[in-house]
Design a protein around this ligand. Structure first.
Ligand code: ZN
Length: 138
């Protein structure tokens, strides 16, 4: 399959609008991840295990799980990104994946996971330029 281009994906999401429920699959989220990685993060993120499941009971759209190799002084890496399966629309799904990827970048590169201005919202402008809104809650 051809590489999914982020601008085409965002275009499609805009076309579908707010009331177009999406049932996400692992493959779909992996494609979205790769597209955002190329267009926003210059491909520097290493795709972790992606788990897509019904997390309705946990009341979350996504979750990023970071670890350190070896000891607590070892390098940081992201082991898994979990994404809710049922989204009200494609735009929200893209935003959820982007949100968790910013957490991955923070963790892998800076060893922190925040919703703060210096590492989290550092990506707000770049994401906005691609038509993706970065916020603490979706
Ligand atoms: Zn968050």
């Amino acid at each position: 399959m051809a590489k999914l281009q982020l601008h085409r994906l965002v275009e499609e999401a805009t076309k579908q609008g707010r009331n177009a429920p999406v049932i996400a699959t692992k493959e779909m989220v992996e494609d979205i991840y790769d597209a955002i990685n190329r267009a926003v993060f210059n491909g520097v993120l290493e795709r972790p295990k992606i788990v897509v499941r019904d997390y309705t009971k946990r009341n979350m759209w996504g979750e990023c799980e970071g670890w350190q190799r070896g000891s607590r002084w070892g390098p940081h890496y992201t082991a898994v990104i979990r994404i809710e399966k049922n989204f009200p629309n494609l735009k929200k799904l893209i935003a959820a994946v982007a949100h968790e990827m910013v957490h991955q970048w923070e963790w892998d590169k800076c060893g922190v996971m925040t919703h703060g201005p210096s590492t989290f919202f550092a990506w707000e402008e770049k994401l906005r330029s691609k038509g993706i809104r970065l916020s603490v809650t979706l």
